[in-house]
Design a protein around this ligand. Structure first.
Ligand code: ADP
Length: 633
């Protein structure tokens, strides 16, 4: 096939633009990325050759790096699995990660340090080559096939792809370095010693030899000879003694091993020698992956047996609510040729998984106690996972118990994060229930008319701002024997004497206004189940509450977003009998229940109640017209 010119996928192009216009401050990381890809390719070949004897290793796996001053290039090659033409196009020309577009949009709005941080979280893998190179050639041959392909690009929008000869399987990547990186300036990536230093710094524990040529000077009249040396120690970090490993080494390890782009938030290094022997090296990343809650996010740990890599993304160790934990497990009690199916049944895996889960829960509890700031950082990134965990533990009391004290919620108490225990601790003795309120964010909840009374009584409210929060609280039902009570549910009432007095007064008014309430309900029709008077409002005229059981309004929204429009909240419209609008309603009612003025006010009040809840009324234009009319009158 002749040379084919292809365009990068639009998102790839945008990402490449960013890379080329180098917003990365660390120019060295390209090497780690390419070595890491090479090491993955060697893993893949070894795994495939277990089941396909034709691929059985004909040579020792290795990664070779050749910096070349004369051609101003650096070449990184591996004898791993290689790629077919289609794979090159799919892997190198496109970005398959969901959330990429969101990420790029967010990035466009960010600038300076914020942009740096964002891009750091994303990681661009192979494209990092364009940080230092203005032209990249990739020559590859898939193991088991007999010809190669060559891919060339300047990273500007197009790439060329053509068939070519290649002696054996594997991938060669040649970076034509930009002139800043050839020694004129701060960097010299054509210098063998400089590259050796970088390999040691970033890739020392790569489990395959990384080899390089070094010139050895002979006697003055002799030509220098070339010596090939392995520059990495290849000693797996996790086999070393914990006390001898620095935090920097752990950080580099995770960047190399699980493609983290920044130092993790927390590292766990666990060795166990009980019924099952294992070592685990795990981390909680600093930031949640863009696609953490998308179906294409691949959770799971790497699995090793006696330091030999067996498989990646092994999901059987950790429960789904810990999907953000990354790292590896190395156990001599697991056979080398274990398949995914057998793994699922493995007792050893279950034992290890349970122990790791407990350990992580314990460490999180400790972080919450000892380093609140760090825990809140963790919570902001991964709290949602734990909350989903509680929801999914509907019938698992033990797990709910283990997780409930790890939950944080924003509350009306100084707007800060609070644990449930802290909330309960602050409750006045007379308060029997834990008050919660759903809403888009703290500001929206604070504006809820129902909040006014609670504020006045000095009662603290937990803000449920994430759609999952309400579900979590519903599953928990209570904490420290105190039930959760939503202030937007029909059964909410305050039990102090003052509130009970107002309630009795309102009930009196309701009795003498039964007809009015019936007619308001009729004017609004289907959407509301009931219209009634309330004592929960102070200066607000109306509010919408939902029936005791079933979904709330915000849960209804969540269901609708998940294409489950059948789960509907039961809506109850509540009117404040002490508000001027109520007097107005009474006087318009005297015109008759079919009077357009009366009906308009009824439907407008309902629309306003919807708006307060953050729900768009069915016909916003009609509402706008009515309000305009009323304002002009
Ligand atoms: P990531 O490594 O995070 O998947 P990259 O952009 O670094 O992202 O690489 C994209 C894909 O290209 C890899 O997943 C792999 O399939 C393929 N690839 C990259 N480098 C190599 C290599 N040296 N040998 C074989 N395949 C490779």
């Amino acid at each position: 096939m002749s040379v084919e010119k292809l365009q990068f996928q639009a998102e790839t192009k945008r990402l490449l633009d960013l890379v080329v216009n180098s917003i990365y401050t660390n120019k060295e990381i390209f090497l780690r990325e390419l070595i890491s890809n090479a090491s993955d390719a060697l893993d893949k070949l070894r795994i495939e050759s277990l089941t396909n004897s034709e691929l059985a290793a004909d040579e020792e796996p290795e990664i070779f790096i050749i910096p070349d001053e004369k051609t101003k290039t650096i070449t990184i090659s591996d004898n791993g699995i290689g790629m077919t033409r289609d794979e090159v196009i799919a892997n190198i020309g496109t970005i398959a990660k969901s959330g990429t577009k969101d990420f790029l949009d967010k990035l466009r709005e960010a600038s300076g340090a914020a942009a740096q941080e964002l891009i750091g979280q994303f990681g661009v893998g192979f494209y990092s080559a364009f940080i230092v190179a203005d032209k990249v050639e990739l020559i590859t041959r898939k193991a088991g096939t007999d010809s190669g392909v060559k891919w060339t690009s300047d990273g500007l929008g197009e790439y060329e792809i053509e068939d070519c000869d290649k002696d054996s399987h594997g991938t060669i990547i040649i970076l034509h370095l930009k002139k800043d990186f050839c020694g004129d300036d701060e960097y010299n990536f054509t210098d063998a010693y400089e590259i050796e230093r970088l390999v040691k710094k970033y890739s020392d524990f790569v489990r395959y030899p990384i080899k390089m040529n070094f010139e050895v000077k002979g006697k003055p009249d002799e030509e220098p000879s070339i010596e090939i040396r392995t520059v990495n120690s290849m000693k797996p970090l996790w086999t070393r003694n914990k006390s001898e490993i620095t935090r920097e080494e752990y950080d580099e390890f995770f960047k190399q091993q699980v493609h983290e782009w920044e130092a993790p938030l927390e590292v766990f290094h666990v060795k166990a020698e009980g019924t099952v022997e294992y070592t685990a090296l795990l981390c909680i990343p600093k930031h949640a992956a863009n696609n953490l809650y998308y179906s294409d996010y691949e959770a799971g740990l790497q699995l090793y047996s006696r330091h030999v890599f067996i498989m990646d993304k092994c999901k059987d160790f950790l429960p789904d609510y810990l999907r953000f934990v990354k790292g590896l497990v190395d156990s001599p009690d697991l056979p080398l040729n274990i398949s995914r199916e057998i793994l699922q049944q493995s007792v050893e895996v279950k034992v290890i998984g349970k122990a790791l889960e407990k350990n992580i829960q314990k460490q999180l509890g400790k972080m919450l106690k000892d380093d609140r700031e760090k825990y809140e950082e963790f919570w902001t990134q991964f709290g949602k996972s734990l909350k989903i965990g509680v929801y999914n533990a509907m019938f698992d009391e033990k797990l709910k118990d283990a997780l409930k004290d790890l939950l944080l919620f924003q509350t009306s108490h100084e707007g800060k994060f609070s644990t449930l225990a802290e909330y309960v601790e602050r409750m006045p003795e007379s308060q029997k229930k834990i008050y919660v309120a759903p809403g888009k964010d703290a500001a929206a909840i604070e504006q809820l008319p129902q909040m006014e009374l609670l504020r006045e009584r000095g009662l603290e409210v937990i803000y449920l701002t994430d759609p999952v929060d309400e579900f979590t609280v519903q599953v928990l039902k209570s904490y420290a024997e105190k039930e959760f009570q939503s202030i937007t549910r029909e059964d909410f009432e305050l039990d102090d004497a003052e509130s009970q007095k107002v309630k009795a007064e309102v009930e009196e008014i309701a009795k003498s206004h039964e007809d009015l309430l019936k007619d308001v309900k009729e004017a609004i029709g289907e959407p509301v189940k009931e219209v009634r008077l309330t004592s929960r409002l102070k200066s607000g005229a109306v509010c919408l509450v939902t029936g005791e059981g079933g979904p709330s309004l915000s849960m209804e929204k969540t269901f609708a977003a998940m294409n489950n429009p059948l789960f509907k909240a039961t809506q109850i419209l509540e009117l404040n009998p002490n508000h001027a609008l109520f007097k107005k309603l009474e006087s318009l009612h005297e015109l008759g229940k079919d009077a357009p003025e009366f009906k308009d006010l009824c439907t407008t009040l309902y629309s306003l109640a919807l708006l307060i809840e953050g729900v768009m009324p069915n016909n916003p234009a009609e509402l706008a017209n009515k309000i305009t009319d009323m304002l002009t009158k």
